[in-house]
Design a protein around this ligand. Structure first.
Ligand code: DGL
Length: 272
């Protein structure tokens, strides 16, 4: 039996948003232990360059390795789009991002072969969602739109606010004119806007939450590597949370979206 089976999974994000991915992993793989790192001191990644996001992601991976993780999930869409391909060959444990699972789900869901993608500026500029969809099915037309105002609106807690609705109508206008039938919420924060986005897009548009499919794909990846936790042995704390900035805001947000009360430890990430 592989002893790594009982080690935790490392999950990281630029800040708080990756907790939407944690929530899906907790639901789908309740026996797994998790170590989460949120880079709250350096958020947002969504407007930063590829070189910077790779440097930050490498530091976080080094930190997670000190926590003896058996696998890593890049919960951040921007880091998945900009850094996963570089980091994957540099480490000897399985690693997965959220972009490919989200793409797979959207390609399966579309009937009229017209998919919209909304994400941060850096994710859209990377073109990864667009490329992976076209590679999966060359007949699918992809329409992409950066929505930089959504992240601060969600962090402000304005997920049902009329202001956010007006912003969403403006952002989605062009995509809806293109008659998309599937919309990828390609940023950690957007699933928290799900009901508002559904209202604006209409019930004919299927919303895709990459976090959901990532949790499924993670289960398959752990199984293939023989390191799926069977829950037979209780070792240490189940969930541990770390952040690079002070933790009060992180705890408040986490406790509003997770089914568990959590505490967080601050980490000097620049030293990794
Ligand atoms: N976590 C980022 C993402 O999913 C959104 C926040 C940011 O810009 O860092 O792209």
């Amino acid at each position: 039996m592989n002893p790594d089976r009982y080690a935790p999974i490392g999950v990281f994000d630029s800040g708080l948003g990756g907790l939407t991915v944690v929530r899906e992993i907790m639901r789908n793989l309740p026996d797994e232990r998790l170590v989460y790192f949120g880079d709250t001191a350096r958020v947002p990644y969504g407007s930063k360059s590829k070189a910077t996001v790779i440097r930050y992601s490498r530091q976080i991976v080094r930190f997670l390795r000190t926590q003896k993780v058996k696998a890593i999930v890049i919960a951040c869409n921007t880091a998945s789009a900009l850094a996963l391909d570089t980091i994957k060959p540099e480490i000897d444990i399985p690693i997965i991002g959220v972009v490919r699972p989200g793409t797979d789900m959207a390609v399966k869901a579309t009937k009229n072969k017209r998919i919209g993608v909304i994400a941060t500026e850096s994710t859209i500029r990377s073109g990864l969602y667009q490329r992976l969809i076209r590679e999966a099915d060359g007949e699918i037309a992809v329409f992409a739109k950066a929505c930089p105002l959504f992240v601060p609106l969600v962090e402000e807690g304005w997920t049902r606010d009329p202001v956010t609705k007006i912003v969403a109508e403006r952002y989605l206008e062009d995509l809806l004119k293109q008659r998309i039938d599937t919309l990828i919420m390609g940023c950690t924060h957007y699933p928290l806007l799900r009901s508002l986005l559904q209202e604006v897009a209409g019930t004919d548009v299927t919303l895709i939450n990459p976090a959901y499919e990532t949790a499924q794909a993670l289960g398959r990846m752990l199984n293939e590597n023989g390191i799926l936790n069977d829950g037979q042995i209780e070792v240490g704390e189940r969930y541990r949370f770390f952040a690079s900035d002070t933790v009060e805001r992180f705890n408040a947000f986490a406790n509003s979206i997770l089914p568990y009360e959590i505490t967080t430890t601050q980490v000097p990430i620049e030293s990794y």
